[in-house]
Design a protein around this ligand. Sequence first.
Ligand code: URA
Length: 463
Amino acid sequence: MRIAVLPAPDDFDAWRDTARALAAQQVPPDDVVWQVGDTPEDLFATTPEDAAPAQAPSPFSVPRAFIDLARSVVMADEPERFALLYTALSRLRREPKLMEDQADPLIRKLEVIAKNVRRDIHKMRAFLRFREVQDDDGTSRYVAWFEPEHHIVRANAAFFVNRFASMRWSILTPEVSLHWDGKALSEGPGASKADAPDGDPTEEVWKTYYASIFNPARVKIGAMLKEMPRKYWKNMPETALVGQLIAGAQARESGMIETARTAIGGNAQAAWEALRDEAATCTRCHLYKHATQTVFGEGPVDAAMMFVGEQPGDQEDLAGTPFVGPAGQVFNRAVAAADIDRSRVYVTNAVKHFKYEQRGKRRIHAKPDTGEITACRWWIEQERMLIRPQVTVALGATAARSLLGRTVTIGKERGRPVQLPDGGEAWITVHPSYLLRLPDEAQKQDEYARFVEDLKLAKAALG
Ligand code: URA
């Protein structure tokens, strides 16, 4: 029997290293006991180092889908999670197609756990509220209390740093606390609700924002209320809105849903307009200095499908509208060929300012770098929070990086969904300008047909 000890309940890397080493030695799942925290004194613990076999392990690679799944499952408040994942890992050695078997009870169980974790991540993003307090030196600090169901706090840290980069804030939770001083993130011990201030949340705008999360055009209000257990309500004094939502649910029952939709849906539109206006003066990176204007996303706020391009081109920069130039024309043609109603989709870009090099009179497109993409995620994450599309199509590598936060090889990941933390699905495909650049006419036609096929698959995912 091996005792595999992991340093923290959400430490994916430690689980992966230990599991990989155990699997290389073909240690059966029943022979491993997984544990978090200190090693019991009288037991011999297995760490990645001592689990490592003396000889080089036999090559054993696992599909990306398993890694994605495991990353979420590791955060679950489910004592069996490490053992379940290790069982799946051991089976993958013999059954390389295991991940494709959606009927397999183990995979199904892991998918359900991962979904609950992703939902918890989203809830923390959507329902956490900061209150302003004065530090001893008279400066403001924003403090929030949150009780997650799973071990998701560290995984959400980057999101809050990104969103509230210029504020000094602390997020207190029972397991761990996060502190951001405007420059660096630090971790502290868990806290209790009494450590967090009471009172009204600071940002008035969150009222609008909050209502828009309940986008009634696609999310059934009753289901949404069910998703937000009462324990979150006590952290959110926007009771008037909760009242409105309940009224909405009742109105639906009595056939008056349209009235409720207009009332609450109006807020989503207002929040989107506020966001667009704020983005117009964006200086989050240097690109604003040479571009004509911010080119914000466009489309209905209740769109079920979102398309994300790279950045505005020369013509978009002048027009202030995405996808109106040559790439936009290819895009429009392909969208129509995939039988997608262009007027019902939301179209935006990963980077909202045109980056170019001036050559004589011409402005030549220049690829945005990782820093520029990261700076602009601020906007796209808020667009996504407001619109909550069921399906998001990333057009090209820049869009895919912005959506998934990692480098993506299009050829490897196109044609299948990638789960996003907010519950939506991403579909990855090429950028239309790639099609324009292909020199060979036959290849151009083949690639265009593949592009249309990708869009059809993404559309089919809407159900
Ligand atoms: N290419 C993009 O990625 N976006 C646009 O808006 C136009 C061209």
